[in-house]
Design a protein around this ligand. Structure first.
Ligand code: CU
Length: 260
């Protein structure tokens, strides 16, 4: 009986504090999840999915796909992958092919998906400067990528405001016109156009699951996690009213306890 009264007070106190310090609220319960389906660009033939989940200033990004170009110069075909930001939050269609070579290259698609904000590398730096660090991207036709890292502020803002777009690059040159297959990349003339042209694209959008607090994970799981979650949901509105509201709730619980 005693602990039943004290616990909601303690939890409500934490929530009230969290409201005054939004940053800590995010780190505590709040997870924001985004996801997208990766659609083929430039007839790459691939398909996949991607997700991004915030946890404080950390983000866990997953990218999985299949059906992309397999080999490049006898090695696994490197597929650069990025979060593009600050564009329209869209994927380009073939009408973006300005020079008419049959390929929407990376700069041609930029009005739709924006510039590189984050490089989804397998290790090391994740900034825009690593955009063409081909040795630090997944290679080959399929990938199941997952990495947790500190997302830079520009990218985090874009994802949250709906202009974060996942783009995976690298086309099989044999599927292109002779002109395009022999062209150099507009990004780096030591690479062929096919190596850097976009192959998959998906605009990140907030997923419904992201609205559910994941308090259970933070409380260490076990049988009490579900109970605490119920209390958190019940107290969500009360926390706005502050300690007075929590006191009223404790009183109500005590009264109902006496009646039953
Ligand atoms: Cu890119």
């Amino acid at each position: 009986m005693q602990t039943k009264i004290l616990r909601p007070l303690a939890i409500a106190g934490t929530l009230s504090l969290a409201l005054f310090f939004p940053g800590s609220a995010m780190a505590q319960g709040g997870s924001e999840s985004f996801q997208t389906t990766l659609e083929p660009l430039n007839d790459s033939g691939g398909s996949g999915q991607a997700s991004l989940q915030f946890n404080g200033d950390q983000a866990t990004v997953t990218v999985s796909y299949s059906g992309l170009a397999e080999t490049f110069q006898d090695g696994p075909f490197p597929h650069a992958q990025h979060i593009h930001i600050a564009g329209k939050g869209q994927c380009p269609d073939q009408s973006f092919d300005e020079n008419g070579d049959g390929v929407v290259d990376t700069p041609e698609g930029q009005p739709a998906y924006g510039e590189i904000g984050t490089s989804l590398t397998t290790e090391g730096d994740t900034g825009a400067d690593s955009g063409l660090a081909v040795e630090r991207f997944p290679g080959g036709p399929n990938a199941n990528y997952e990495r947790t890292f500190e997302l830079n502020q520009e990218s985090a803002e874009s994802v949250r405001n709906g202009t974060g777009v996942i783009v995976v690059h690298g086309l099989d040159p044999s599927t292109l016109s002779d002109e395009a297959a022999n062209a150099k990349s507009p990004l780096d003339d030591s690479l062929p156009l096919a190596a850097t042209a976009p192959a998959l694209c998906g605009a990140l959008s907030a997923s419904q699951m992201g609205a559910t607090p994941e308090g259970g994970a933070d409380t260490g799981g076990g049988s009490t996690a579900g109970i605490e979650n119920e209390w958190l949901f019940g107290l969500g509105g009360l926390a706005l009213a502050g300690a007075a509201g929590a006191g009223a709730l404790a009183l109500r619980r005590r009264e109902s306890g006496e009646q039953s």
